[in-house]
Design a protein around this ligand. Structure first.
Ligand code: ADP
Length: 442
């Protein structure tokens, strides 16, 4: 309400007082009263309009702020470096990821785009995008001290008013597709060799060797050993792809380790007989029963025992041992659901064989890696180079790790550690003899 009404109010008040004595003054008083009401109403209406206008302006200012805040949140949530520049190439907005990875955590708004990057191709892209020519390129550049591969897109805002540059890190994607291509090349190479041998032998049988019994026998033997090699390769490839796809989660049940070890001994009996090897067990009673996936455990042990018996020197022992071990679960690769026992188990497979030179020890877990193909003997003995990759993946699926301890020309111990699969020893009295179960049996 504004000024202007005190006068009619005063006139009205004095008219009422006088009207008490002079009736004609009553008319004047009523007129003044009407004027007063009119005045107050006009002022009230004007004040209401002003308040509404103020509120409208306040609301619009708040929604501008909100929109800016929302935009900032969207940029940050993208998790990718995104930078917007104005018509002069000065940064006007940057996602959190951009300031963290490209700006070392500092505020980028107000910095010139070409001061932030040293790559001339990037400057050019940003300049062209500002001029209305968007672009896209794959660049290698250092990010947080590491050379990374980035897909950069520069898009124009309204012609001449600036641009938005997005830098997507595709390093892992590129690595994965390179690995996939390597794997396909290796697998086809490994498969092609036995196929070519089988084909050659079959063609010779149909041709020159048709009537030569000695030659026929040699060639059919060749076909059979190469078919066995193909079968081994295909089985290993299937095991590996099943493990990598992670389709079926591990299925845990109680497993008797002695029975599992016994099963391995039976499987490799022919090799052991031929090389006069003794397969011995050394199982701590605390872990005689563990809770794990029996199929994965069998896959792990089968590959390790196969290698141990293959590379062991004649007449030596191959020892399968198990001990309780406190193994903290790895947060990056946690144990499977349901693996909740307090202790872990450490399983070792030890041989006294040719050993692995130290320079090769870290690489033996790679797919198709073989230290020296000549060492593995004839084609019957030759492995696929996939065994330890299968062991690594199967162990990972159980939340565990695999390692190697080997001395060249002396022997190898492969170590598998699985968390959360064993109970604590029951409290007992008397002297503890943890190794009394080790039987050294043949
Ligand atoms: P392979 O099918 O050739 O055995 P693996 O992946 O199982 O493939 O093993 C990779 C390589 O590691 C083998 O070719 C061999 O050179 C080496 N290796 C694995 N286990 C042993 C071992 N117990 N003793 C010596 N060398 C081993």
């Amino acid at each position: 309400m504004r000024g202007g009404w005190p006068l009619p109010a005063a006139v009205c008040a004095s008219a009422i007082i006088v009207a008490m004595f002079l009736p004609w003054m009553l008319v004047v008083a009523l007129g003044a009263l009407g004027w007063l009401v009119l005045r107050v109403r006009t002022d009230l209406l004007r004040a209401e309009d002003e308040t509404l206008d103020l509120l409208r302006r306040l609301r619009s200012a708040r929604s501008d702020d909100e929109r800016a805040e929302q935009l900032r949140r969207v940029l940050d949530a993208a998790g990718t470096p995104i930078i917007a520049t104005d018509a002069d190439g000065v940064i006007t907005a940057a996602s959190r990821s951009a300031s963290r990875t490209l700006g070392g955590g500092r505020r980028l708004i107000g910095v010139r785009f070409d001061e932030l990057f040293t790559q001339p191709e990037l400057h050019e892209m940003e300049r062209l995008a500002r001029a209305g020519e968007p672009g896209r390129a794959r660049l290698k550049m250092p990010v947080e001290g590491e050379l990374r591969t980035l897909v950069v897109s520069a898009d124009s805002l309204d012609r001449g008013s600036g641009c938005v540059v997005t830098l997507r890190d595709v390093t892992e994607l590129v690595k994965a597709s390179e690995l996939k291509a390597d794997f396909a090349a290796n697998a086809s190479h490994e498969l092609r060799t036995p196929i070519a041998s089988i084909r050659g032998a079959a063609e010779t049988i149909q041709g020159p060797a048709r009537n030569d019994p000695a030659m026929l026998e040699r060639l059919t033997g060749m076909i059979s050993s190469n078919a066995a090699r193909l079968e081994a390769l295909v089985n290993d490839l299937l095991d590996l792809s099943r493990l990598e796809s992670g389709e079926t989660p591990p299925s845990l049940s109680e497993v008797d380790l002695r029975e599992v070890f016994e099963h391995q001994r039976e499987q490799f009996e022919p090799t052991c007989k031929r090389k006069d090897l003794r397969v011995e067990f050394d199982i701590d009673p605390v872990v005689s029963r563990i809770r794990t996936d029996p199929v994965l455990l069998d896959l792990i042990l089968r590959n390790l025992v196969e290698n141990a018996t293959k590379f062991a020197r004649e007449g030596t022992p191959v020892v399968l041992a198990a001990r309780p071990e406190s193994i903290p679960p790895d947060p990056v690769n946690p144990p499977p659901a349901g693996a909740d026992l307090p202790m872990g188990v450490r399983i070792t497979v030890r041989d006294e064989g040719i050993g692995i030179p130290i320079a090769h020890q870290q690489r033996i877990f790679e797919r198709f890696y073989q230290v020296d193909r000549a060492r593995t003997g004839g084609s019957v003995q030759r492995g696929t180079g996939l065994g330890l990759a299968i062991v690594k993946h199967a162990t990972r699926r159980l939340g565990g790790t695999v390692g190697v301890d080997s001395v060249y020309q002396q022997g190898t111990t492969m170590i598998v550690e699985l968390p959360r699969c064993a109970d604590r020893p029951a409290p007992h009295h008397g002297v503890s003899r943890p190794h009394e179960d080790g039987d050294g049996s043949r």
